[in-house]
Write a protein that binds this ligand. Sequence first.
Ligand code: HEM
Length: 209
Amino acid sequence: MVINFKNPWHISIIACFLPLFFLIIDILLGNLGANPIQTLHIRLGDWSLRFLCVTLAITPIQVITKWRGMADYRQLFGVCCFGYSLIHVLVYLAVDNALNWSIIAVDMIESPYIWLGIFSFLIITVLAITSPNYAKKKLGKNWKKLHRLIYFSAVFAVIHYLWQLKGNLVQPIFYGILIFLLLLFRVLNYLKNKKLNKLMIPNRSISEQ
Ligand code: HEM
């Protein structure tokens, strides 16, 4: 495939790989600071959450701009969120804990924030598996209901973030407010559409006349 820098789809795919590319460069150059494993957790965790927020923002952007072609981008950013969170989890399991399951079990008991990460990751995984078009067709109406779970995943991810921080809470609070606003937009839009639909259904007494 030839990369076309005027094609927004190609640009988006390249943009999705950039954080990973820069992370690999920093690993190769030994630029991860005094605590490289923690830096890996932070950078991968942050990008998972950012892609989750971008995925959530697609529907509001679609509603505001009335640009229907955004569904493919939602799928792309959703898959990226899955990719980054998968690497985040693999770093935790294989690099941080050397796949030592007894240490991981103790950590899960001692650090409850890990559970929130697990819940968030499980939802993201289910949504990534069911994101291709054939799964969408197979699930029919249930697909939309299932994919609304993304809000739970986002809330779990923000609590996971908040819970493990000791100091500055500005960033997780920023993500929390952003996710709340995106959810509020969806709820208001749903209520507006419901009201419009009601207005469009003819009143029985009038239609019978
Ligand atoms: C099995 C699932 C998960 C595990 C085991 C896990 C584990 C961790 C660990 C060990 C840290 C670092 C804590 C420290 O600095 O000491 C962390 C931070 C973080 N994780 Fe996860 N995580 C999981 C899932 C997720 C998911 C699904 C997301 C987002 C969608 C996420 C977002 C974050 C964020 C934003 C941070 C904080 C980064 C920062 O300090 O800036 N995590 N996680």
